[in-house]
Design a protein around this ligand. Sequence first.
Ligand code: NAP
Length: 286
Amino acid sequence: MTAQLIDGNALSKQLRTQVAADTAALKAKGLTPGLAVVLVGDNPASQVYVRNKVKACEDAGLHSVLEKYEADMTEADLLARVEALNNDPAIHGILVQLPLPAHIDAQKVIEAISPAKDVDGFHIASAGALMTGMPGFWPCTPYGCMKMLESIGYDLKGKHAVVIGRSNIVGKPMALMLLQKDATVTVAHSRTQNLKALTLQADVIVAAVGKRNVLTADMVKPGAVVLDVGMNRNDEGKLCGDVDFDGVKEVAGYITPVPGGVGPMTITMLLVNTLESAQRALSEKH
Ligand code: NAP
């Protein structure tokens, strides 16, 4: 069996076209959705990420502001910038690119972002909203995975989903989103014993670890849906995921590639969240 590919680039294109249309409609009502991206320091990977985020905004017609600061910026100055953006009516989403320099308490900065503008979904209020099923912003990467499942018309009700990884930004919110759609969810992590016994029972597997070949063909039930969040480099320096793609694609029913899978969906969901924040701001005004 050869798995069907869930193409993150194609799905992103479709969703971004919709974001652009909804943005144009909002602009016609006098409101331009705005995203502020804050980068502190010169981490090369972060520079690429923020450039891509700003470009994606521009392409979809959103207003975007990139604020770059030196690595020695003080925590107090960064908190003051966040506060200014919280009060800026042209900004509907605030993203502080992580990691921050070691002298800045990242959690403190995230908690300083207004939950109404927390389009990354990392604020404790956003996490609480997700846990309790209240309105709030969902973290973009697991949200993108949910959109991928939706795109293939997958009904999670009663299905067994195994999430490998329990980080606050991917694994845990992923598990909650799957649970909200009535899946039975198992969360595995570095201390999990006999991962293979769990994944072999899974109808859906989400790998979010950051290690190559965490999931191999012998660990997958025929026909399962496999979503690969991981971003690693192989021996040739090429981008690869956590899943042994060539092996697993012969067993799975659906699979996401790396690159071109979950990655582009993450930025797309950032646009979706920013647009939604602007739509909420407009409806609150009326
Ligand atoms: P993280 O914070 O390092 O979390 C990794 C998780 O994997 C931890 O919960 C860890 O368990 C678990 N783990 C480690 N080794 C394991 C093993 N052998 N078996 C089972 N679980 C194991 O990473 P993250 O931020 O969630 O990111 C995970 C991966 O996704 C990374 O490659 C990252 O680059 C990628 N990512 C991609 C996107 C995207 O847009 N495509 C976005 C975010 C992240 P413990 O909790 O026990 O340590």
